[in-house]
Design a protein around this ligand. Structure first.
Ligand SMILES: Nc1ncnc2c1ncn2[C@@H]1O[C@H](COP(=O)(O)OP(=O)(O)O)[C@@H](O)[C@H]1O
Ligand code: SF4
Ligand SMILES: [Mg+2]
Length: 323
């Protein structure tokens, strides 16, 4: 890793999956790239937002950083202090589904200490449990209960406690509040922000609700069909999106249900194309109101626009100046 202030360096990473619909008789290539040539540098202690509609590759990127998927090409590097199997924790979208129904809250929260080989003595374990339950706003007297006895918001607090008890350096949150009632979303986000600031965590926050990402991230990347469309400081992008897709995401009404969004996406645009049927142009050209003939024959590369933003578009949008 070139820069010691970086916690994570994703360098030209592509991830391919086998197409479930492909048959042995098919002459088409039966893999597709869920991520293509992604390069991002995440500063230690910073908060990176990842946005993009369903199927854009957000979870694949998170899981590849976690080491759950192997990149087909490219590398993922960590700062010297970070070990991929120990210092990175993950918070899932559906808190109840992520928690073993046969384990008590106490077992759920302290289990990661065991599989990371921390093995604290009984007194230290109890102290850690008590402290973390208080920090996430759970009542210590409820430690012998099971996850199904708690609300969605409380289950996500258990998920956060489980992640934070190991004192990770990097926390990846994959749509952590999408499955929760709107009324508790802000509380969970505030809790994550509190941990991030107190512990100087490197936070990766994935969402399709842009208003949440704006609140919690310093830097932002925008993915579309596994490709980077735009990246730079969040406020800069929110106040002036240069990529037509980012502009569309920001101006769109939030869609409440990611599954509906996925179905809508496939109904409207079909499955992601396999590599051999794909045209060479910009991946967004079919939906872009600004597309010109060049966009259909050539793929734009990420280019620097202004001092801090990079955009994969031949015709980045100008700032709207008020008169
Ligand atoms: N394990 C997998 N096997 C095959 N295809 C997958 C797998 N995981 C994700 N995909 C596909 O890769 C694409 C990106 O998925 P994903 O990373 O889950 O997107 P997002 O999190 O942005 O909704 C989708 O087309 C999805 O169907
Ligand atoms: S390159 Fe062309 S099609 Fe692609 S986003 Fe820019 S203007 Fe639209
Ligand atoms: Mg996802």
């Amino acid at each position: 890793m070139r820069d010691n202030n970086l916690a994570i360096e994703v360098d030209d990473v592509s991830v391919s999956f086998r197409h479930s619909s492909s048959s042995l008789m098919s002459f088409k290539k039966n893999t597709f790239d869920a991520l293509s040539n992604i390069s991002i540098a995440v500063q230690a202690g910073s908060r990176l937002g990842i946005v993009g509609e369903s199927g854009s590759g957000k979870t694949t990127l998170a899981k590849t950083i976690l080491g759950l998927y192997q990149p087909a090409t490219g590398t993922i590097g960590f700062n010297h202090g970070v070990q991929q199997n120990k210092d990175i924790q993950f918070i899932f979208q559906d808190p109840l589904a992520a928690l073993n129904p046969r384990m008590t809250v106490e077992q759920l929260i302290t289990e990661p200490l065991d599989y990371l080989g921390v093995k604290p003595d009984h007194a230290t374990r109890t102290k850690k449990l008590k402290t973390i339950m208080e920090q996430v706003g759970l009542d210590y007297s409820q430690r012998q209960r099971y996850a199904h006895e708690f609300s969605g918001g409380q289950c996500q607090r258990i998920g956060i406690a489980r992640a934070m008890i190991t004192e990770p350096k990097i926390l990846i949150c994959d749509e952590p509040v999408s499955a929760l009632d709107v009324s508790v979303r802000a509380q969970i986000i505030s809790l994550l922000k509190e941990f991030q600031q107190r512990l100087d965590l490197t936070l990766i926050f994935i969402a399709h609700d842009l208003s949440l990402v704006r609140y919690i991230s310093d830097e932002l990347i925008v993915l579309y069909q596994g490709k980077l469309m735009e990246m730079g400081p969040s406020e800069e992008i929110f106040s002036h999106a240069r990529h037509p897709y980012t502009q569309a995401l920001i101006s769109a009404e939030p869609r409440p249900d990611p599954d509906t969004e996925r179905q809508r996406h496939y109904a409207e645009y079909g499955e992601i194309e396999t590599a051999d049927t794909k045209l060479d142009g910009c991946v967004y050209a079919g939906r872009c109101t600004y597309a010109q003939s060049r966009c259909h024959i050539e793929a734009p590369k990420l280019q620097q626009v202004g001092e801090t933003v990079q955009v994969a578009c031949f015709f980045p949008l100008e700032a709207v100046t008020s008169v």
